[in-house]
Design a protein around this ligand. Structure first.
Ligand code: SF4
Length: 246
């Protein structure tokens, strides 16, 4: 067993999974974002704002990240420390999408840091990948105060950024982390329970990209008995990716 295999086994152990067979999955090079610019997008009071900021206006992930960092399109810009565009490989097969930055993410400008970020990293490593090989983002790029759920207007104003990222990355599978993320990505009713979202292979909009819903790592930290179920979700996601390459 290589050192990497040992590390994966340790990560699976942390997830409560004791049996694992190594299946190297992606040979993408590491390619993290290096984003810096003042190219922001200011508040637009047009209620039909999704038509104002077209995802097609962006020509690169760097451009999206620059716009997000300077964005003032919704009131969340006023209380954030840092916007969190997302990070990872621009040619990732996998996209992991959470709901919105939490306190640690807001302070660092990076998605999924802190304890839930460590668990997400363990999940990724258990799949035989690294964080640099996938793309990690949130549906909403700025932290809602006190981690409340984002409201519809914030969702609509922020939506073009994630849409542009997905369009440019063209992942082979999307994993929605948690109910809010799943609801936003699938345009599902706000009361749709996780039990109706999990376990199925959905499709992101009309792209044909398979979308799998699983629990948010923060929930898994509170409910470790659900880690095994989350692992099944990840295996379902991986089976979709393999199917796409058959
Ligand atoms: S949440 Fe989205 S739309 Fe609102 S300010 Fe941040 S980046 Fe802009």
């Amino acid at each position: 067993m290589t050192i990497l295999d040992q590390r994966r086994s340790q990560m699976l152990g942390q997830m409560g999974i004791t049996i694992w067979k190594s299946r190297p999955f992606s040979d993408h090079d590491s390619n993290g974002e290096e984003l810096s610019s003042e190219d922001g997008v200011e508040v637009d009071e047009d209620p039909n704002v999704t038509n104002v900021l077209e995802p097609e206006r962006f020509t690169s992930l760097e451009e999206v990240a620059s716009a997000v960092r300077g964005c003032q399109r919704c009131p969340l810009s006023r209380e954030r420390k840092y916007a969190v565009p997302g990070t990872g490989s621009p040619s990732a097969d996998w996209m992991f999408i959470g709901e919105a930055p939490g306190r640690d993410e807001d302070l660092q400008g990076m998605p999924f840091v802190g304890r839930s970020g460590q668990l997400l990293t363990s999940m990724i490593v258990a799949l035989g990948l690294t964080r640099d090989q996938v793309f990690i983002a949130n549906a909403i790029k700025c932290r809602p105060p006190n981690n409340r759920d984002p409201v519809e207007d914030e969702v609509n104003r922020c939506k073009p950024y994630l849409k542009a990222q997905i369009s440019m990355i063209q992942p082979r599978v999307i994993v929605a982390l948690g109910r809010i993320s799943a609801r936003l990505l699938l345009d599902a009713h706000e009361k749709t329970p996780m039990s109706e979202l999990r376990g199925d292979v959905h499709t992101y909009e009309k792209t044909g990209i398979p979308l799998i819903v699983t629990y948010h790592p923060a929930y898994l930290l509170r409910s470790p008995d659900q880690k095994r179920i989350a692992w099944q979700d990840l295996l379902l996601a991986r089976s979709q990716l393999r199917r796409g390459s058959a």
